[in-house]
Design a protein around this ligand. Structure first.
Ligand SMILES: Cc1cc2nc3c(=O)[nH]c(=O)nc-3n(C[C@H](O)[C@H](O)[C@H](O)COP(=O)(O)OP(=O)(O)OC[C@H]3O[C@@H](n4cnc5c(N)ncnc54)[C@H](O)[C@@H]3O)c2cc1C
Length: 180
């Protein structure tokens, strides 16, 4: 009987595991559950999209659920969040973003839930003009802000962290002080 594999997370780790698994086993039932809207996107391209080196947003999206179904026969479910794991029953509980809760059984479970950006407790960190660049939705928000405000200059988090740890001074090497 074929094995059933459930993968939690659909970006680099989850999507690579799913594709590799398919190459190893043509019969396995593979289900990839992603709580966000997008899978398998190019995180490394996100800053290039912000700076307009990449202008076509579609180029960030390496795979779509439809293509993964067609090419690899993988059942990809976006907007489906795993909310609990029951290892005794070999089941996960899933909340789809329409509000439906269901259970999915598995023989093997792969967890690839990634990470979220750390937002250090710096005064002002919750301001409307402080962003994180981790995901496609992150850059959508930032891009819209830049377009609306015609913002020209930015400051990366490491610079802020450096300042935070060094009494407000900027790093002295390789940094053009165009922020205040
Ligand atoms: C701007 C930027 C540039 C980068 N550049 C490079 C580079 O040049 N070279 C390089 O090697 N690496 C680069 N990286 C790092 C690389 O992109 C990450 O290491 C990689 O994306 C991690 O993939 P992941 O699948 O482990 O995690 P993630 O990308 O975090 O994906 C995990 C996914 O799991 C989902 N998830 C979490 N919990 C659940 C749940 N309970 N149910 C369902 N889904 C869930 C999340 O929604 C998320 O989409 C870069 C990262 C960024 C942000």
């Amino acid at each position: 009987m074929s094995k059933k594999v459930v993968i939690v997370g659909g970006v680099a780790g989850g999507a690579s595991a799913a594709a590799r698994l398919r190459r190893l086993d043509e019969q396995a039932e593979i289900i990839m559950l992603e709580r966000g809207e997008y899978i398998s996107y190019a995180n490394c391209g996100l800053p290039y999209y912000i700076s307009n080196v990449i202008t076509d947003r579609k180029k960030l999206l390496v795979q779509t659920p439809e293509a993964m179904k067609k090419v690899f026969n993988i059942d990809v479910r976006v907007n489906n969040e795993v909310t609990a794991i029951n290892p005794d029953k070999k089941e996960v509980e899933v909340l789809d973003h329409n509000g439906k809760v269901y259970r999915e059984s598995y023989d093997y479970l792969i967890l690839s839930p990634g990470a979220a950006p750390v937002r250090p407790p710096i005064p002002g960190i919750d301001a409307d003009n402080v962003f994180t660049v981790r995901s496609v939705p992150d850059v959508d928000v930032l891009k819209e802000f830049i377009e609306k405000t015609q913002a020209k200059k930015g400051s990366s988090c490491w610079r802020w962290l450096y300042r935070f740890r060094n009494g407000g001074k900027y790093p002295s090497i390789g940094y053009q002080n165009n922020n205040n």
